[in-house]
Structure formats: structure tokens, C-alpha cells
Ligand binder design. Structure first.
Ligand code: ATP
Length: 206
């Protein structure tokens, strides 16, 4: 589908999404509303080589994130990182969106928990040129308190000018969902029903 003609503001939200859960969904919804996005792209990461047993494959994660994205009108999924051969870098993903939507305002959404490693990502400066960085922080759970606006601590130059966006705090993680499945507990409400159905049908995380 060619949506590029009508898109003026887009968001890129990467993650492992193993599985995608209600925390991802509501953070994405809050960000899409706050940033007035025409479309928010979920971009599942390529499988990590050191992935442990009991985790979803790239195909599983792609299917689940597609099911999660189907719950929102302005959500979409791009599998480019999964389809790319070898290591996948955020800078390449953002560059691909810049090529596809050259005149749109592009926002890269990252969780507060990953800001501490941002400087070590490949070409952080180029990422900043290609997209506006938006840090989603969830109440007090972000581990990077010292980088929040108004903080007296020195901020890392790689994050200067990044927008901090408070999104709803939902105390749920993919780790917890996997652990609940493994323990035979219900995950109703933790993930959209269509994702729970997939996890059950595929026998994931047991
Ligand atoms: P895991 O428990 O396996 O580490 P996770 O739940 O943190 O996974 P990821 O796929 O690693 O999920 O997260 C992708 C992005 O979503 C990250 O930027 C992360 O900060 C953000 N995120 C994860 N959980 C939540 C949540 N409950 N609310 C808001 N954002 C979240």
C-alpha cells in the first residue's frame, strides 16, 4: 500500500515484541495521539543470535505484532529488520523510512530504558538527523532519571533536544507475560485477545 502521499507525521517504534503486550499498545496509542501521528510503525527487531529457548521466533513475533497493530486504526508493521540479512541497525531502518517518506516529519520512539545505550548505537548522530528522537518514559520506572528535563545532571549530547513524552504507565513486560505462560497462568488482559490466541495455538513460551 502506498501511504506516503498522505503521511506528514509518522512514528517508528522498534522492539523485540516477544510478545507485544498492552504496555506497548497503550504507549503507542499515547504517543500517536500526543505527536498527532498519521501512522505509527511497529518494527520488530531481528532475532538476537543469543536468543534463549522458550522465546518466539521472528515469524511468531511478526505475526503477534501484526495482530496487536490491527487493534489500532493508525498502526502498521514493517518487517524490514527481520527481512534484512545479518545484523540490523536502527540507523538503516530510520534511513529506509526517510527514503520512503522524504517530506514527512519522522519520530523515532525509544523507551527510557534504552537511552543509556543510545550513544553506543551505530551512527547516533545520523539517526538524529533522519528522525526526531522521542523518549517514552513511564512514570518513575525509567532507569534514566538523571536525563529527564529539568534535571540538574549533565545530559548526554546524543540526547540533547530529544523530546521526553510521558506515556501511560502499565506495569507489564514481555518477560512477565512469558513467565505467566510458562507457569500456566492466564494472560487475559496482558496482551490483546488475538495475541493470546496465537500464543496458545502456537504453544509459545511453554
Ligand atoms: P522484555 O520484558 O522481554 O525485556 P519489554 O516488555 O521491555 O520486553 P520490548 O519489546 O523490549 O518489551 O520493548 C520495546 C519498547 O517498548 C521499548 O522501548 C520499551 O521501553 C517499551 N516498553 C516495554 N514495555 C512497556 C510498557 N509496559 N509501557 C510502555 N513502554 C514499554
Amino acid at each position: 500500500m502506498n501511504r506516503s502521499a498522505t503521511v506528514t507525521r509518522l512514528g517508528i517504534f522498534g522492539g523485540t515484541f516477544d510478545p507485544p503486550h498492552i504496555g506497548h499498545l497503550l504507549a503507542a496509542t499515547d504517543a500517536a495521539e500526543a505527536l498527532d501521528l498519521d501512522i505509527l510503525w511497529f518494527v520488530p527487531n531481528a532475532t538476537q543470535p543469543l536468543k534463549g529457548a522458550g522465546q518466539g521466533s521472528a515469524a511468531d513475533r511478526l505475526e503477534m505484532v501484526t495482530r496487536l497493530a490491527a487493534t489500532g486504526g493508525s498502526f502498521a508493521v514493517d518487517a524490514m529488520e527481520i527481512e534484512r540479512d545479518g545484523l540490523s541497525y536502527t540507523v538503516d531502518t530510520v534511513a529506509a523510512f526517510a527514503a520512503r517518506y522524504p517530506s514527512a516529519t519522522r519520530f523515532l520512539l525509544i523507551g527510557a530504558d534504552v537511552t543509556e545505550t543510545f550513544a553506543q548505537w551505530r551512527e547516533p548522530r545520523r539517526i538524529r538527523e533522519l528522525a526526531d528522537l522521542v523518549v517514552l518514559h513511564r512514570g518513575s520506572s525509567g532507569s534514566a532519571d538523571w536525563m529527564k528535563p529539568g534535571s540538574s545532571q549533565p545530559a548526554t549530547p546524543h540526547l540533547d533536544g530529544a523530546q521526553w513524552l510521558q506515556t501511560r504507565r502499565i506495569d507489564v513486560s514481555s518477560t512477565e507475560v512469558r513467565e505467566r505462560v510458562r507457569a500456566g497462568k492466564s494472560i487475559r488482559g496482558f496482551v490483546p485477545d488475538a495475541v493470546a490466541e496465537y500464543i496458545a495455538a502456537a504453544g509459545l513460551y511453554r
